[in-house]
Design a protein around this ligand. Structure first.
Ligand code: ADP
Ligand code: MG
Length: 725
């Protein structure tokens, strides 16, 4: 392997960037060319069909079959012009990725030939034989069928030769089996709860939207080097590997010059994204070697999340064209930063007001403060649940480790807003305050600057931060579907807004003026968040863990226990009240989460065991044999005593090998025991103990890597994985 490894490394190092031809025209001319956009709807549909579809999209209503037939006919015409031969319903089951089953457009024409057909029915609904998707028992007890139904709010797009129709995926009994269904419900819940509050300040607003701007972090690894690492291939992360002498300690990767092979990949990816109407905006090197990030311009949450799912798929394909493999795992390498996916989130009205941006006048600022405080209070109320929403077997390696995010959900608001909140609570009750903005008066006023000076004063250790005109939920994992976090956040805020509105109505009914009533209702909330969820200090510190516990924040760091938050009374009440999950759905999804957790760790444990026994130990013994032969020859030919160094090394190897073997056997035994557990939660707990055994096996392996001859070592090393691109 040693020589083969050197050859792989050298070949990888010598790979050149693929020439990416410059686009024929500026992006704005072909942006969205593979999407059935509104513009194309107008061109390919008759005016009344277009109107009906537009209404459906804008109001979230469903499409009647007659209109659907006409829409399908227009879509088919467009798709055939683009060379499409297949269609698929494209959905987001409870796995890590998306699902698609392609059907060709051909059908018998009754005259012995075939024709292309595409009906409204197959646009609107399909019944994939989906009994193999994770369903948490929902399917087993009823008919093992589900159906997918088009979400007209997500435009249809073309991928290769296939027309993709974004759909929800539900059981025949109506339960959600995917991410999109509850995400849409949560978006509706928060919009519906926010609107009546907005209308107090802005009677013209008719709808409130949720927005998402994700920042996708990832690693690139040369594909040939990757192929020599079974752990990366099977689990998405390295289960072993001694740290490289150099990693990120020089801070020389972040925002550094982008190597040409990577730049070509990025360009290619952006081109594919633009064709699909994904407004990719930023690209840069991240902190760890071979780690990168890109982000689009934020957009409506449901669509933006679809686009994140699309681009995650495309990344894998495009990377291979460039001889790379994309790693979306949260922690592919020990000792350097892992990858996350910051979710920048905000609420806004159809009148163009961002509810998390300071207003233009006193009333606007009062509205801003209202939504700002209620969001933080919602995060406080459900901090454990929000942590559950981002927890997984893979994100567990970031959570609580000494990098973003800590396993405690607190909020950072910045100095300016902190001071504003403090001033607000100090006001005597009933003070008719005005929060001055640009045009604000200064009578008894508390000032909010139009632009925050500490807008960029980012506390990177905070999992939930206010960044000037939005909140940034930073704890989301790089491989996750953002919907997991967004469903919980939006529902939590929806619930809080409902409660707030009820209290506010009572104050107003008691004769208080709006601005007095608002501040009086907000005050106890502000007092509470300042004491509990708001934290401006270092989230990584040991003191914070103690302090957070005292404040009553959730400090649980065992993933299966975190997941159980979804079944606690408060969570069930919140989700059912807001119409996002039924209790049955919550139970089913939790079962899926626990099962997924178990399976991921089970796979890692198996790979770890096999690599230890089949890769590492044989290599160590091979080198040990050489050492012993050498010692023996020295003794025989040089007439020396047994040479101390060689014998000593051989002994060290024996002891490390014995340690590895014993730990692998122990782990296998632990697995056997865990597998007997019937209860999903108990089983997941047992597997979390198995996850904790892996570093113990890794340690002697990494120690061996430091001893064994480099030429004999069977796996590409960290320095080779992390520095070639
Ligand atoms: P940083 O790394 O400095 O946080 P990036 O530019 O990498 O910033 O990403 C910021 C993301 O936040 C982008 O997707 C951007 O479009 C998004 N964003 C900006 N304003 C809002 C907003 N009001 N609501 C939601 N997302 C927003
Ligand atoms: Mg960023």
């Amino acid at each position: 392997m040693g020589n083969l490894r050197s050859k792989i490394i050298l070949d990888a190092f010598k790979k050149k960037a693929i020439e990416i031809p410059a686009p024929e025209s500026e992006v704005s001319r072909w942006f969205g060319e593979l999407v059935f956009t509104r513009d194309k709807m107008r061109r390919y549909l008759d005016p009344s069909t277009f109107e009906a579809l537009a209404k459906c999209i804008d109001e979230g209503s469903s499409l009647d079959l007659e209109t659907a037939d006409k829409v399908a006919a227009g879509m088919k015409k467009w798709a055939l012009e683009q060379g499409v031969t297949h269609i698929t319903h494209w959905f987001q089951p409870l796995t890590d990725g998306t699902a698609e089953k392609h059907d060709s457009l051909i059908d018998y024409d009754g005259k012995g030939g075939v024709i292309e057909t595409f009906t409204g029915k197959s646009l609107v609904q399909q019944e994939p034989d989906a009994s193999s998707f994770p369903n948490g028992g929902i399917r087993a007890t009823f008919e093992a069928r589900g159906y997918t139904a088009w979400d007209p709010a997500s435009p249809v797009f073309i991928q290769d030769d296939t027309l993709c129709i974004p759909t929800v995926f539900v059981a025949y009994t109506g339960e959600a089996l995917d991410f999109k269904t509850p995400l849409k419900r949560a978006i509706k819940a928060v919009g519906d709860a926010a609107l009546p509050i907005c209308n107090l300040f802005d009677p013209k607003a008719k709808r409130v939207f949720a927005y998402l701007g994700w920042e996708q972090e990832y690693f690139l690894v040369d594909e040939d080097i990757y192929a020599a690492r079974p752990d990366l291939m099977i689990t998405g992360r390295t289960l072993m590997g001694h740290e490289s002498s150099k990693n990120q300690q020089l801070d020389d990767h972040y925002f550094g010059a982008i190597p040409s092979r990577v730049a070509a990949f990025m360009k290619d990816l952006e081109t594919e994204g633009y064709k699909l109407g994904i407004p990719l905006k930023t690209r840069h090197k991240e902190v760890a070697p071979n780690q990168f990030e890109f982000a689009p311009i934020f957009g409506e949450l449901n669509l933006s999340n679809d686009q994140n799912q699309q681009i995650m798929n495309i990344m894998h394909k495009v990377a291979r064209k460039h001889g790379f493999v994309v790693l979306l795992h949260e922690k592919p390498f020990a000792g350097v930063n892992g990858s996350g996916k910051h979710n920048n989130w905000s609420l806004g009205t159809d009148t163009g007001v961002n509810l998390f941006a300071p207003g233009k006048d006193a009333l606007g600022n009062l509205q801003f403060i209202t939504f700002f405080v209620n969001t933080l209070y919602a995060v406080q109320r459900h901090n454990g649940l929000l942590k559950a929403s981002i927890s997984s077997a893979t994100n567990a390696h970031r959570l609580g480790a000494n990098e973003a995010p800590p396993a405690i959900v607190s909020a950072f608001v910045g100095r300016t807003m902190h001071e504003v909140l403090e001033k607000l609570v100090e006001l005597p009750s009933g003070t008719p305050i005005e929060i001055a903005g640009k045009k604000g008066t200064s009578v008894g006023a508390i000032g909010i600057p139009e632009i925050f000076v500490d807008n960029t004063d980012r506390n990177r250790t905070s999992p939930f931060a206010f960044t000037g005109n939005r909140f940034e939920f930073r704890a989301v994992g790089s491989s996750a579907n953002c919907a997991g976090a967004m469903i919980t956040l939006n529902t939590a805020v929806a619930e809080q807004l409902l409660d707030f509105k009820a209290s506010l109505d009572a104050e107003i009914a008691a004769g208080k003026e709006l601005n007095v009533a608002v501040v009086d209702t907000l005050k106890p909330l502000i007092e509470s968040i300042l004491k509990v969820v708001c934290f401006e200090g270092n989230g990584y510190s040991e003191e914070w863990k103690k302090e957070a516990k005292k404040r009553g924040l959730d400090t649980e760091n065992v993933v299966p226990r975190m997941i159980m938050e979804y079944l606690k009374d408060d969570a069930v009440k919140m989700f059912t009240r807001c119409g996002v999950f039924s209790e049955r759905e919550l139970h089913a999804r939790n079962e899926v989460k626990l099962e997924t957790y178990v399976k991921k760790i089970q796979i890692e444990a198996r790979v770890m065991g096999r690599m230890a026994l089949n890769h590492i130990i044989p290599a160590a013994l091979e080198y040990q044999t050489k050492l012993l032969q050498n010692a023996s020859l020295q003794k025989e030919l040089l007439g020396a005593d047994a040479p101390a160094v060689e014998i000593d090394l051989a002994r060290q190897i024996s002891s490390l090998v014995a340690d590895i073997r014993k730990k692998v056997v122990d782990m296998t035994e632990a697995r056997k025991k865990a597998n007997k557990q019937e209860d999903a939660f108990e089983k997941a707990l047992a597997y979390s103990a198995i996850a904790d055994m892996l570093p113990g096996i890794r340690k002697p392996i990494d120690d061996l890597e430091e001893i064994v001859d480099n030429a004999t070592w069977p796996l590409p090393k960290y320095r080779e994985l992390l520095f070639i691109s």
